[in-house]
Design a protein around this ligand. Structure first.
Ligand SMILES: Nc1nc2c(ncn2[C@@H]2O[C@H](COP(=O)(O)OP(=O)(O)OP(=O)(O)O)[C@@H](O)[C@H]2O)c(=O)[nH]1
Ligand SMILES: [Mg+2]
Length: 273
């Protein structure tokens, strides 16, 4: 069974609306692969029954299911899992950044994304963790399914291209959508990323303009180049740190409440003589 599954490790499973790229050899476990096969099977059912629209709706759920399964195996191997979503207009370099981070390669060709999902084990401040990256479509045709994607994310890289002012203006709308979808959450881990910093001669967005917007939103602004790899690791690792800090403070709150409750019930059990 394992041999058959291992032969699938570097295979790319492509479907009309979503691609799941398996981790490079050595980093995929059997349970990861089993999940991928399950996901693939569900999608095949959708394709065969002609419900291709369903895939758009199911993709984020399937991603969630996949990451939930990873959380389970995470518990077994006690690995934390951080779920990151790439957001921004079409052509700003979301896929290029993701592929550079995942595989240390720069893709020159532009192929608009529908939705791609990636998983990698990394060492974050000395601790081995897993990162799940959902690379979403910037193209407007897919705007309707963004809500579903955003709901399942724990942190966001809000990407624009420094060579296209319109893509910078669009970040405000993307941010609004994230805040609306995650309205019940306090502080959402998010970084504003100005990509294509290697194309300085074509810059349309001044650093100061982007920085002051990020300050207004209370988030970090970082310029990257998927081509030269400048700051690529930084944005993913800084975001994971923010996600981890949020989870820790939420756990602290929960535990605080629990012990508060215990104190009350202890008091309630006492009576004055
Ligand atoms: N010079 C330079 N080109 C880049 C950089 N990042 C991306 N590109 C190029 O810009 C084009 C679009 O990049 P993608 O990563 O496909 O853009 P995207 O944001 O994923 O686009 P959608 O999938 O449509 O949302 C490609 O031709 C890339 O090679 C960069 O940092 N520097
Ligand atoms: Mg893309």
């Amino acid at each position: 069974m394992c041999c058959v599954l291992l032969s699938l490790i570097s295979m790319e499973i492509a479907v009309p609306e979503m691609t799941i790229r398996t981790p490079p050899p050595g980093s995929a476990s059997c349970s990861d692969l089993f999940q991928l096969l399950l996901i693939q099977q569900s999608r095949e059912i959708c394709c065969q029954t002609g419900f291709t629209d369903l895939i758009g709706c199911l993709a984020p759920r399937l991603w969630q299911a996949g990451t939930m399964a990873a959380s389970k195996s995470k518990n077994q191997s006690s690995l934390a899992l951080h779920k990151v979503i790439m957001v921004g207009s079409g052509g700003v370099g979301k896929s290029a950044l993701t592929l550079q981070f995942m595989y240390d390669e720069f893709v020159e060709d532009y192929e608009p994304t529908k939705a791609d999902s990636y998983r990698k084990k990394v060492v974050l401040d000395g601790e081995e963790v897993q990162i799940d990256i959902l690379d979403t479509a910037g193209q407007e045709d897919y705007a309707a399914i963004r809500d579903n994607y955003f709901r399942s994310g724990e942190g966001f890289l809000l990407v624009f291209s420094i060579t296209e002012h319109e893509s910078f203006t669009a970040t405000a709308e993307f941010r609004e959508q994230i805040l609306r979808v995650k309205a019940e959450e306090d502080k959402i881990p998010l970084l504003v990323v100005g990509n294509k910093s290697d194309l300085e001669e074509r810059r349309q967005v001044p650093v100061e303009e982007a920085r002051s917007k990020a300050e207004e939103w209370g988030v970090q602004y970082v310029e990257t180049s998927a081509k030269t790899r400048a700051n690529v690791d930084k944005v993913f690792f800084d975001l994971m740190r923010e996600i981890r800090a949020k989870k820790m403070s939420e756990n602290k709150d929960k535990n605080g409440k629990k012990s508060g409750k215990n104190k009350k019930s202890f008091k309630e059990r006492c009576c004055l003589l």
